[in-house]
Write a protein that binds this ligand. Structure first.
Ligand SMILES: *[C@@H]1O[C@H](CO)[C@@H](O)[C@H](O)[C@H]1NC(C)=O
Length: 312
């Protein structure tokens, strides 16, 4: 039994993505490959945006914020998974587990709200171009970003505290490669009804931005289609299309994971979490910027300046 004075020595065991050695080796290599790309890709976006005065506008500031969150979001779970695999251990301390859970929820929610802010920004730019600079003022921009961080942390705190107060009766085996809510709730021997209700509420709060994103894109499409210009329509469809792909993968997997009865959850579902834990943070920089001419120009400048400023 876990008494409160024992919690500091209580360890959880992270079973991994599938629990099979061969597949764990595969996911280790995949994460080892994806993680540096996530860090470098997102860092380059932030550097490129901050170093190019042409990109000092709400759209790019929001994008830089998304990259900033993604760097930390992927760092909550992946380095621990890599380190454990290398050290041949599956252990994570009770405190480490709750820390992972807190930051995973907080940053995941912040990410979600920034995505909504980005969609709103595009909707304003396209549907109300004349009022764009007054609506998306620097003040609004800071407000949207701050609100995203506040909601993210406010959503993470109750879940973490509720999980911290559960008893685990010696059950240690977390059916995932990080401390996620569902496998932890399944491990507990306490009454978890309230926790589960709060989890659904939390996923609801996480999913509100999806509604804003859908409304924003519907408004963008209806405006673009009203102006009969093939080029404009194609451009809107190609940029919004790639955003929508990532957005639906993100929300689709998260909602598929948590909006369902707890009893239906098992270790094989851990593979789904790889999608939003590792794949979305690495895809974001590519989807949102590499197809964008201004971003490419800024990245080019970033590199050429570095090269030409080398002392001879
Ligand atoms: C996030 O957005 C704010 C508001 O526009 C901006 O001032 C800040 O520099 C951005 N943060 C990053 C990391 O780019």
């Amino acid at each position: 039994m876990r008494e409160d004075n024992q919690s500091s020595t209580f360890n959880f065991i992270l079973l991994g993505v599938t629990g099979q050695q061969k597949q764990e080796d595969f996911f280790f290599l995949l994460f080892l490959f994806i993680y540096p790309i996530t860090l470098i890709g997102n860092l380059l976006i932030i550097l490129a945006i901050h170093s190019d005065i042409h990109l000092h506008n709400p759209m790019y500031f929001l994008l830089a914020n998304l990259s900033f969150v993604d760097i930390f979001f992927s760092s909550v779970t992946i380095p621990k998974m890599l380190a454990n695999h290398l050290l041949g251990t599956k252990a994570i301390s009770f405190g480490g587990c709750l820390t992972q859970m807190y930051f995973m929820i907080a940053l995941g929610n912040t990410d979600s709200y920034i995505l909504a802010a980005m969609a709103y920004d595009r909707a304003v730019a396209i549907t109300r171009p004349l009022h764009y600079t007054t609506i998306m003022s620097p003040r609004t921009c800071v407000l949207l970003v701050t609100a995203s961080w506040v909601v993210g942390n406010a959503n993470a705190l109750p879940h973490t505290l509720l999980t911290a107060s559960l008893s685990f009766c010696g059950n240690q085996e977390v059916a995932n490669f990080y401390c996620d809510i569902t496998p932890l709730l399944k491990l507990s021997c306490s009454d978890i009804h309230f926790n589960v209700k709060m989890m659904y509420l939390g996923v609801g709060i996480f999913s509100v931005p999806l509604l804003c994103i859908i409304i924003s894109y519907v408004r963008v499409f209806s405006t673009v289609l009203r102006v009969p210009s093939t080029k404009g329509v194609l451009k809107a469809f190609s940029t919004c299309g790639s955003h929508l792909t990532v957005v639906s993968l993100y929300y689709g997997t998260v909602m598929g994971m948590y909006f369902r009865p707890l009893t239906s959850y098992s270790l094989k579902d851990a593979v789904i979490t790889v999608m939003y834990m590792a794949v979305t943070p690495v895809l974001n920089p590519f989807i949102y910027s590499l197809r964008n001419r201004d971003m490419k120009a800024a990245l080019g400048k970033l590199f050429s300046r570095r090269i030409f400023s080398q002392p001879m």
